[in-house]
Ligand binder design. Structure first.
Ligand code: N01
Length: 537
């Protein structure tokens, strides 16, 4: 075993959202001493900050859980198909209290730096107040979507009304009654806010730059029979989700659009997806929607037809119809989103060719229109995957800066290890499979646990990954993305999963599109080969 200095904790975790809590539990099973630093005043991560009206999961309740501890699974019941923000946050609070993990979490502590010491094989993690803590293992569970994009609009300081960022929503309730409200941004966040506010405000104006294909969520409240059935099927459901490319308990149809001769049968299958709701549309109708242009065109046309059928004003419907191929951007789940535009108090403004400037009473567009608002809500998205880790001054072996490294090229091994950053494990950072995060991180943290156990057993003080393995993973990751239809159109459409939503950010795929099972097999290959691609000392 190499030299390791005396440290404050065996492991430090940053972030007390899903990933951080799952990590704390894993580390507890290993009998390690742990400390978790969390910037917020409570657990939840994204679910702490994103408490905007309408916030709920787009994943179904039965796959939006922790999979450990049968007693927890027995005790907890979500109440709706897509749990709301408050319920998810209460769930995560319940998990930390049930397993006595809260005592390991230091809230209201934002980490500013983490530096590795080659001589002593330890990390020093420094908080904003300057206090430093040392550890052997460093788990960065900072979240794939946790750095909100700030409003870039000039004149914000002169605007006299209230304004809010959806991803940093205030704790106190906002009074919308009789207010004139603007929502800027129509991604998954804006799409959830619009129908909620449509019913609550005097006037709602939605500023849209790029329309999305919004799939109807078809949410419902569970009755006692459904709740019991979810519990009874927990294990099978989880295994099902682990075997699905996007970590969802859904079953591919085994059919391709190309293979169906009768247009009526194609329509019937797409109707099934539309009526079932949510992501069943792309994952249970036809298997070639994401790989065959003609099939994708048929699905995209179908969805545009649905928009036109729901939205009564043809001009508004036209503006709401996306031009990009389906899945070039992550489709949001809507809860009467399109229906909101039939209300007399809701208006859509297309700003595709316009810039926005704020002024004292509201905002102006470059084409000369002027709008007065009492409240403006920004739902502008996130600096995804690399954003949160690049905000921290992370320096690995020989002072290698993670931010500088990733600004040239984002490299990892299977989204979990970064070469030159020994003993640092990334949890749900870049290169994990694009999909349902609780399933992804369950697999990932389980693997991290196995790896740390291996190190403890063999008294290894340091793990690093070979550049050869990282290059092989990178080639595979890029090929998997190239094999989809939207490798180019995602960049053109400004999708966050390729970094194209952040001005100046390199456009490169940030998530793995080869599917959860294949990714899992990359991780399994390591454990089964005694970590052949890792160096230990
Ligand atoms: O962010 P987005 P989001 N001027 O990037 C617009 C997850 N999530 O927070 O498309 C004007 O999708 C931007 O326009 P454009 C989920 O994975 C999950 O909505 O760049 N507009 C776009 O319309 C989701 O996919 C859940 O042209 C500007 C919007 O802002 C991911 O988070 C709920 C602009 C941003 O959309 C991101 O969703 C919510 C500008 N300067 C989110 N800059 C659940 O599952 C940006 N926009 C519950």
């Amino acid at each position: 075993m190499s030299n390791t200095a005396t440290v404050d904790y065996d492991a430090i975790v940053i972030g007390a959202g899903f990933g951080g809590i799952r990590s704390l539990w894993e580390l507890k099973q290993l009998g390690l001493t742990t400390k978790c630093f969390e910037a917020a005043s409570d657990v939840g991560g994204a679910w702490y900050w994103n408490r905007y009206p309408g916030a709920r999961t787009d994943s179904e309740a039965w796959v939006y859980l922790m999979n450990f501890a049968p007693e927890l699974r027995e005790e907890w019941e979500y109440t709706e198909r897509y749990p709301c923000q408050d319920e998810v946050q209460r769930y995560l609070g319940r998990v930390v209290d049930r397993f006595d993990l809260r005592k390991n979490i230091q809230f209201d502590t934002r980490v500013k730096a983490a530096h590795y010491c080659d001589g002593g094989n330890f990390w020093t993690v420094t908080a904003m107040d300057g206090t430093s803590t040392t550890c052997r293992y460093f788990l960065a569970a900072t979240g794939p979507l946790s750095i909100a994009k700030d409003p870039p609009f000039s004149g914000l300081e002169s605007y006299k009304g209230e304004w809010y960022q959806a991803a940093n929503w205030p704790m106190q309730s906002v009074d919308f009654h009789e207010k004139r409200v603007a929502v800027i941004g129509t991604g998954a966040t804006g799409v959830q806010i619009v129908p909620k506010l449509a019913a609550a405000v005097k006037e709602l104006t939605v500023f849209q730059r790029t329309p999305n294909y919004v799939l109807p969520g078809r949410n419902y409240v569970f009755d006692q029979y459904q709740a019991r059935s979810i519990k009874q099927n927990r294990d099978a459901t989880w295994e099902h989700a682990k075997s699905h490319p996007f970590g969802l308990a859904m079953t591919a149809s085994g059919k391709s659009v190309k293979g169906v001769a009768d247009p009526g049968d194609i329509r019937k299958a797409l109707d099934y997806g539309w009526e079932t709701g949510g992501f069943h549309f792309q994952f249970e109708t036809f298997d070639d929607l994401l790989t065959n242009q003609e099939s994708n065109d048929i699905a995209s046309d179908y969805l545009r037809e649905k928009i036109r059928a729901i939205v009564q004003d043809p001009d508004t419907a036209d503006k709401l119809c996306p031009k990009h191929p389906f899945m070039s951007k992550r489709p949001p789940c809507g809860h009467f989103y399109y229906e909101s535009y039939n209300r007399p108090n809701v208006k859509l403004v297309d700003i595709r060719h316009d810039d926005i400037t704020l002024y004292e009473k509201g905002l102006r567009t470059t084409s000369g229109a002027e709008y007065e608002f009492d409240i403006i809500i920004f739902a502008l998205g996130f600096d995804a995957a690399t954003g949160a880790l690049s905000e921290i001054d992370i320096k690995g072996s020989q002072d290698k800066s993670l931010k500088d490294y990733w600004s040239q090229k984002v490299e990892t091994f299977a989204g979990v290890l970064v070469p030159g950053f020994p003993n640092m494990f990334s949890v749900c950072g870049p290169h994990v499979p694009f999909g349902n995060m609780p399933v992804v991180l369950d697999i990932q943290v389980n693997w991290i646990g196995k790896t740390i156990r291996h190190m403890e057993k063999n008294k290894f003080a340091r793990i690093d990954v070979s550049q050869k393995a990282v290059s092989a993973w990178s080639a595979h990751l890029h090929q998997a993305f190239e094999d989809t239809l939207f490798a180019e159109s995602a960049k053109k459409a400004g999708a966050w999963f390729v970094g194209a939503n952040i001005p100046g950010k390199a456009n490169d795929v940030l998530f793995y599109f080869g599917g959860v099972p294949t990714w899992n097999s990359w991780l399994d290959n390591e454990t089964e080969s005694s970590w052949a691609n890792m160096s230990f000392s």
